[in-house]
Design a protein around this ligand. Structure first.
Ligand code: FE2
Length: 145
């Protein structure tokens, strides 16, 4: 069975994760207000985790025999994540990132279905780990409202 559907779906997961990495970094840099210190640090934990994740996702695409996309142009065509607004207030940044976790989870679930169909347990494992992390991050962000 061809893994075209899986690699296509993984490229979207990569683009979403990279876009979320960039947006989380944007908010780390630009968040303001009373919650500055806690949110600045919290966002740093998330973008650091995402930086490692995008590498794992890209290298999985390579292991499946495809080239991994790595340009803003291609990522912007593939991603479902909208650019961040550096002028947003702290609460809106938190809400925006919480919604984005759900968007990435949807892309991961689509890829996960293809990985399971192919009985690709290594990719399944990676995607389950990604889902677990994004669900936890979503919960933490929603708990800050
Ligand atoms: Fe920093």
């Amino acid at each position: 069975m061809s893994n075209d559907n899986l690699t296509k779906a993984l490229k979207i997961v990569l683009a979403d994760s990279y876009a979320l990495y960039l947006k989380t970094h944007n908010y780390h840099w630009n968040v303001e207000g009373e919650r500055f210190f806690s949110l600045h640090n919290f966002f740093e934990v998330q973008y650091t985790e995402l930086a490692i994740a995008v590498d794992e996702i890209a290298e999985t695409i390579r292991q499946l025999g495809q080239k991994a996309p790595g340009s803003f142009k291609v990522f912007s065509e593939l991603t479902n994540i909208k650019d961040g607004n550096e002028n947003a207030n702290a609460g809106d940044m938190v809400n925006d990132l919480a919604k984005d976790q759900a968007i990435v989870m949807k892309s991961i679930s689509a890829a996960l279905n293809f990985a399971q169909e192919l009985e690709d347990e290594a990719t399944t494992g990676l995607l389950v780990d990604r889902l677990t992390i994004h669900r936890k991050t979503k919960w933490m962000l929603e708990s800050m409202k």
